[in-house]
Ligand binder design. Structure first.
Ligand code: NAP
Length: 338
């Protein structure tokens, strides 16, 4: 069983670990992943209480790993053990007609790969708002939910305006997955207040900036492409550049380090805790390079720290010097719009 401070009832029927394991890191671009070692590691994460997984149809073998992991769990602990894990996948379709057949086929592929009758949460992505067929897809997904093929319907990288349209149509959206960190605080402008008002929750990614928000980069000169060894590090270094650059980021790391020392935790713990406590946030996703690198013991400390007003004053003082990313990029997910 999970210690209670780690869990939250994401929905009344589905408790989750609020620190989710992200599986983009097994899809390539993050080092060579050995499938057997990866699935072994999944059991260790699960046993350590990190029972909730975030993945996608296009994250390489991630959905297959969930299938293998589920089988291993049943072989070891019996079928009831499956009730203790949750796997949230995504569907990221290429543009095209969104008929019932197209949508159902995609859902069935994920169900088959993940070896489950019912997907816990399907998070839907769309590339181009000028193409209104995202609403067709969501209507079909809602019907498939009613038919029992998915338990919950969520989104990823949608903006506030589109979320409002969906809720006006009574689409049963429970969550939106967005980039949210001490550098990228765009969700605070419109998305989080709207979600809070309408009972939708946020799952966040990029909260550790691929590992940039840690002691490893404190006091270090600006990293070049040689040191940015994963797709994730490269992605979020660009975000830092847009936000205010490396010198300002060092100020943020120093502020986070002071807070971390004050609470006897790590910079990563401060970065995750800060976002976990923001309004509407149900969980923070932390990428897991299964079989290659592991931070289980450190990340478990997130649940024993709380930031206070003094800590937030330090963080906000740095944020006040940065560019306004909502103005520079736009609302949540606008960086993905074609
Ligand atoms: N919806 C979307 O569009 C979208 C986009 C991106 C990501 N995601 C989701 O979010 C997940 C997270 O990925 P991300 O790219 O945003 O990466 P991230 O979570 O910001 O960073 C993950 C990296 O942080 C480092 N790390 C983890 N815990 C640490 C600790 N306690 N101390 C120091 N370093 C630590 C690890 O680096 P090392 O492995 O090098 O040690 C890890 O690989 C993905 O797997 C995916 O599920 C979703």
């Amino acid at each position: 069983m999970l210690p209670s401070e780690r869990t939250c009832p994401f929905t009344p029927d589905l408790p989750i670990c609020r620190l989710l394991n992200g599986l983009w890191q097994v899809s390539g671009g993050h080092g060579r992943i050995d499938p057997a070692a990866a699935v072994d590691d999944m059991l260790r994460y699960h046993d350590a209480g990190f029972t909730t997984w975030d993945l996608a149809d296009h994250y390489g073998p991630a959905e297959d790993f969930i299938g293998q992991f589920r089988r291993r769990l049943v072989a070891r602990s019996g079928p009831q053990a499956l009730d203790q894990m949750q796997a949230f996948t995504k569907w990221v379709p290429s543009p095209g007609p969104m008929t019932r057949q197209v949508v159902e086929q995609a859902v069935d592929v994920s169900r088959r790969r993940m070896e489950t009758e019912t997907l816990d949460l399907l998070q839907f992505h769309w590339w181009d708002y000028r193409d209104g067929r995202y609403l067709d897809a969501l209507e079909h997904l809602a019907a498939l939910r009613a038919a029992g093929k998915l338990r919950h319907l969520g989104l990823t990288n949608f903006d506030t305006q589109r979320l409002e349209i969906m809720l006006q149509r009574s689409l049963p959206i429970v969550s939106n997955q967005v980039q949210y960190s001490l550098v990228d605080r765009r969700p605070e402008v419109a998305m989080a207040p709207f979600c809070q008002e309408h009972g939708v929750v946020l799952f966040t990614y990029g909260t550790l900036l691929g590992g940039l928000l840690s002691e490893r980069f404190l006091g270090r000169p600006e990293p070049g492409s040689r040191e940015l060894t994963t797709s994730s590090l490269r992605k979020y270094k660009q975000m830092i550049d847009a936000w205010g650059g490396w010198a300002l980021f060092q100020e943020l790391l120093q502020a986070a380090d002071q807070i971390a020392r004050r609470h006897e935790v790590s910079i990563a713990n401060v970065a995750v805790r800060a976002i976990l406590d923001r309004p509407a946030v149900a969980g923070v996703i932390v990428g897991a390079r299964l079989g290659l690198a592991e931070h289980l013991a450190d990340n478990a400390r997130v649940f024993s720290v709380r930031l206070d007003a003094e800590d937030w004053a330090r963080l906000d003082a740095v944020q006040a010097k940065s560019r306004d990313l909502f103005r520079v990029i736009g609302d949540c997910g606008d960086e993905y719009r074609r």
